[in-house]
Every structure is written in C-alpha cells, then in structure tokens.
Design a protein around this ligand. Structure first.
Ligand SMILES: C[S@@+](CC[C@H](N)C(=O)[O-])C[C@H]1O[C@@H](n2cnc3c(N)ncnc32)[C@H](O)[C@@H]1O
Length: 355
C-alpha cells in the first residue's frame, strides 16, 4: 500500500467520494507523499521520459524560436522568460545554452520557474542557478513582456472527468470499497451538461468528457500577453479538438498502471484538449497551431542541427539521430505531441507554426 492511500481513504470515509480532480491533486501534489513532491520521476531510473531528457536539440530549437520572436519584436529589455513545470530544468538549460550568442538576449532576460515541488526546485537550481521561483504564474509580477514555455505541464494538472449517464453529464468520483479505490458516479452528483460542448452533449451513455485543469494559469497568461506583449509555447500530448474518451493514465517504471492503485507512487495524467486552452485564451491573442511536434521541430531545423551534432561527435551520431526521430516521427512523439503558440497580436508571428 502506498503512503498516501490511508490518507485518501480517511478523507473519503469522512466526507464521501472525492472528484477525479481532487484525487489527482492529492496524488501529485500532497505536501509530503505527492508523486512530484517526493522524488525526481524522470529518466531511465524513473517512471517516464520527457522530450528535453531525450535530446538537447529539443530545448535548443525552442530557445532559438523564443529568441527569434524576441529579436523580431524589437528586442525588448527587460523581458521575462518563464517556464511552467520545469521538471529537472533541462529544457531551460538547453534554451539558455543555445541562445548565449543572441546579442542582448541574456542581458535582457530574467528566468522564473513555476514549480510546486521542492525536490524538483533543487534539481532546477543545479542546472539554472540564477533562476527565480514562483508557486503560481499569477505570483510573477506583471509589467514586462513575457516569453513562456510549458512542456508536459497541462497534462499533469488535476482534470475533471464527466460521464454521460442516464440522467445527463455527471462527474466521476473516487470511492472506497473494501479498502480499494474505485471510480464511481454518485447518483446525486449534479448535472453538468452546461460544461460539455454542444456538439458532444448527445454522446451515448458511458461517454467521457474531460475538463483540463489550469484555468487560472490560462487567464493570467491571457491577460499578461495582451497587456505586456510576448509569446507562449505550450507543448503536450493530446488532441487538437474537443473529443470524448477516458484518457486518465498512470505511468510507473515506464509502463501503464492502474490509476487507482498505489496513489502517489505513479504519475497521473490526462491528454490535453488544446481546443479548451484556445477557448480559454479568448479572442485577444494570436493563436497558431496546435501543430504536431515533429512538424514544428523539423520546421525549426531539427534535422540540420542533429546532423551538425552528429558530425561533431561521431561516437554519438547514431544515438542523436535515434533521439531526433523519437521526438519527431509521427509514429513516435511527432504527432501525438502537439505545439500551440499563443502570442500578443502586437508581436510578430512566432516561427515554425505556419499552417
Ligand atoms: C511531467 S513533468 C514535466 C517536466 C518538464 N517540463 C519536462 O518536460 O521534463 C510536470 C512538471 O510540472 C510540475 N507541476 C505539476 N503540477 C504543478 C502545479 N500545479 N504547479 C506547479 N508545478 C507543477 C511538476 O512538479 C513537474 O516539474
């Protein structure tokens, strides 16, 4: 049994079933036993691997994308470079290394990480010692243009799951049965039809519709980009349009696990509904994408950069090519992972997302 299981069980015994979003929030963010709070979950020893951990080229190309739009916007100084959910800090370290030679960029920017995990904050500090940290995007002062990147952040935020029942759309909860956690829909759960897009409301009984977390971040991002200028890149796995389905998944030691077993000991995510992020962005921003990660990285020069690195380091050449293919080939991460750009209409269009 995981350390968190008795605490969740007690809460359910006291107050009744909890929503999937509450369950995810406890599993991932509980102060002592939450999945992200107690360990470094990435890499071969961990439970899963992310794009920046696969190849340095991922972060390098994102760095050049951000520096390019900053230069074309007139190189504003100062500018804030913010990363949501930076993991080990690898992506930011690669962004900074790749942009060292961009005239004036490093002198203009301050780096802030939005990170809830003290363990991961320590990892980030080891790679980017001069960064600052914030608990929430809203805590970062406004008034300066914003360059923001979020890789696999939104999929880790607590999501709500709605199920079409005979009564209408109701919320899925987690209950306790014989000391095991099971998903249920309490009969008296309120009807939430208004939260489901009109085109999906008539779906058959048993259908799932998921509501992504991060409303506050989306609202703040929206307001900051409109008011202060800037550009944001959101990268995650998921679908471009609203869709039905149960995508709640647990990963443990690089294999799928049951989300309701061993809470706190496995990563829990949902697929990102990019249309929800776009709707939350409102009408005030320029929206480009989402495009497949493969198309985005190749448009920015993935193959050329990989070839240059491979030539400079022949013993690693094959591994570099394999890593780039893993990031970009459509049967690997290139299509399921998508890239969305939100930016101020007063800024030039960011590169790599032409449709
Ligand atoms: C799946 S990891 C992605 C890490 C990194 N971006 C990468 O690509 O390797 C999710 C990251 O988001 C952080 N995180 C999750 N929920 C958060 C929240 N509500 N507030 C701040 N950080 C959060 C985690 O601690 C972790 O750093």
């Amino acid at each position: 049994m995981s350390a968190l299981a008795p605490l969740i069980a007690e809460r359910i015994r006291e107050r009744g079933p909890i929503t999937i979003a509450e369950y995810m929030a406890i599993c991932l963010g509980h102060a002592t036993h939450g999945y992200y709070m107690k360990q470094v979950p990435f890499g071969r020893e961990g439970d899963f691997t992310t794009a920046p951990e696969i190849s340095q080229v991922f972060g390098e190309l994102i760095g050049l994308h951000l520096a390019d739009v900053w230069l074309r916007a007139g190189a504003p100084n100062p500018v804030q470079l913010v990363e949501l959910g930076p993991g080990r800090g690898t992506l930011m370290a690669d962004i900074l290394r790749a942009t060292k030679g961009v005239p004036g960029f490093h002198a203009a920017l301050s780096v802030t990480f939005v990170e809830m995990s003290p363990v991961l904050r320590a990892e980030q500090k080891a790679r980017v010692p001069h960064a600052r940290w914030a608990d929430r995007l809203a805590d970062i002062p406004s008034g300066q243009p914003l360059l923001l990147v979020a890789n696999e952040f939104f999929d880790a935020l607590p999501a709500r799951q709605l199920i079409k029942t005979a009564r209408g759309w109701q919320e899925r909860h987690v209950a306790l049965e014989d000391e095991r956690f099971i998903p249920v829909v309490p009969e008296d759960a309120p009807l939430l039809d208004a939260l489901v897009p009109a085109a999906l409301q008539g779906a058959p009984e048993g259908s799932f519709y998921e509501l992504l977390g991060g409303e506050e971040d989306a609202a703040v991002l929206n307001q900051r980009l409109s008011q202060d200028g800037g550009a944001a890149l959101i990268i995650d796995y998921g679908h471009a349009k609203h869709s039905l389905g149960d995508t709640l998944q647990a990963m443990r030691q690089h294999a799928y696990a049951d989300p309701f077993t061993a809470p706190g000991d496995a990563d829990l995510t949902v697929h990102v509904d990019f249309e929800q992020i776009i709707e939350r962005a409102g009408k005030a921003l320029r929206v480009l994408g989402p495009v497949g990660q493969g198309r985005f990285l190749r448009a920015l020069g993935l193959d050329i950069r990989t070839a240059v690195l491979a030539k400079a380091n022949p013993p690693k050449a094959e591994a570099l090519v394999v890593a780039s293919r893993r990031l970009a080939d459509s049967e690997q991460m290139g299509a399921l992972f998508k890239v969305l750009s939100l930016s101020s209409p007063a800024w030039p269009a960011p590169a790599g997302l032409d449709s």
